[in-house]
Design a protein around this ligand. Structure first.
Ligand SMILES: NC(=O)C1=CN([C@@H]2O[C@H](COP(=O)(O)OP(=O)(O)OC[C@H]3O[C@@H](n4cnc5c(N)ncnc54)[C@H](O)[C@@H]3O)[C@@H](O)[C@H]2O)[C@@H](O)CC1
Ligand SMILES: Nc1ncnc2c1ncn2[C@@H]1O[C@H](COP(=O)(O)OP(=O)(O)O)[C@@H](O)[C@H]1O
Length: 294
């Protein structure tokens, strides 16, 4: 249940001296919407800071230029034209897809559903499903798609907060008294029901693949601010790309580093003042601190 800092330290993706950008992992971030463009920037930035060598942001048409300006090192494209071939990690070229941060499932359900479906069907690599895409994943059709992915041996990660987790539980027909389970058990059962790795976020965060479950309790209330979940999702996608053989531990390591970065940001800004951008800024110091346990 506990996840030691030493274990996280061993998973840190320090680059080899002869590496190149693709070898460090590519992350495709399909995120944002006309209503929430900022979520795409937070997630993509966090993926870069978590070591991904190449981050592509696939965003709504009106967001293309603003996202390019916010992140000149991001490769930005229009989601309306997103129709990728099979997205596969090549030899020495790991890949992961993040889908859903800043999706506006209420205003934009058709297009968001198309993008989620494309990500799940075409990505023969880890897919992290976050934000507005979680509500769209809460149905039998998507559960079947996740089961198929698990059967093909590719990991899917769901990152719900308590509200999104309740939607997923209800759609899977989990018992009405389900939320009275201890949260680690709830997380484990969600993972089983969705054939996925579930990262159940909250004051304590639990990460489960349905049989093994880890708890991260280092996070503080400075993280309770809109946008920190987008940061965690970007980090989880980057580490999942780089550690494809152990996505459960990659996501747990992301949650641990996220908590550490929040703490370091609070030391500087107080738990009142921290904003999600500060968590991204402190990620390097969090990595250094965790690396000292190697
Ligand atoms: N800068 C941005 O562009 C941001 C975009 N965001 C995105 O905005 C989209 C929609 O977010 P909304 O703010 O509308 O929806 P929320 O995800 O905040 O809320 C959806 C529902 O869940 C409930 N809920 C939220 N957190 C909960 C918790 N911890 N425990 C129990 N219930 C909880 C809410 O009351 C609401 O009914 C998502 O795709 C999200 O990723 C947010 O991440 C915030 C920042
Ligand atoms: N009181 C708290 N203590 C520790 N961590 C928290 C607390 N409240 C929220 N968090 C963390 O902050 C993040 C919030 O994610 P989420 O609710 O998805 O936000 P958003 O969608 O606005 O980005 C999660 O990683 C969660 O674990």
């Amino acid at each position: 249940m506990g996840f030691t800092i030493g274990r996280a330290a061993d998973l840190l993706p320090f680059p080899a001296s002869d590496t190149h950008k693709y070898a460090r992992g590519k992350v495709v971030v399909v995120a944002g919407s006309p209503r929430y463009p900022g979520a795409a920037v937070l997630a993509a930035r966090a993926a870069q800071r978590m070591g991904a060598g190449y981050v592509e942001a696939v965003v709504s048409a009106p967001a293309v230029l603003p996202v390019r300006i916010a992140g000149p090192s991001l490769v930005v494209s229009d989601r309306g034209e997103w129709d990728p071939p099979v997205l596969e990690s090549g030899p020495g070229r790991p890949l992961a897809v993040l889908v859903g941060c800043g999706f506006d499932a209420a205003g934009d359900a058709g297009e968001c559903g198309r993008l989620l479906r494309l990500a799940l069907d075409r990505a023969a690599c880890p897919v992290v499903v976050d934000g507005g895409a979680l509500g769209l994943a809460a149905c039998d059709e998507m559960r079947r798609a996740l089961r198929l992915r698990a059967g093909r041996g590719v990991a899917t990660v769901l990152t719900p907060h308590a509200g999104e987790a309740a939607l997923l539980a209800e759609a899977a027909g989990l018992p009405g008294d389900f939320l009275s389970d201890p949260p680690w058990r709830f997380c484990e059962r969600l993972a089983q029901a969705y054939s996925a790795i579930v990262c159940l976020k909250g004051p304590d965060t639990f990460v489960s693949d349905g049989s093994e479950t880890y708890a991260i309790d280092q996070g503080g209330p400075e993280l309770a601010k809109a946008g920190t979940g987008d940061v965690l999702a970007g980090m989880a996608a980057a580490l999942s790309a780089q550690r494809q053989g152990d996505v459960l531990c990659a996501v747990t390591t992301a949650a641990l580093l996220h908590a550490e970065a929040g703490r370091l940001a609070a030391d500087r800004r107080t738990s009142i003042g921290v904003i999600p951008e500060d968590v991204i800024d402190e990620l390097g110091s969090a990595i250094q601190r965790v690396a000292s346990f190697r």
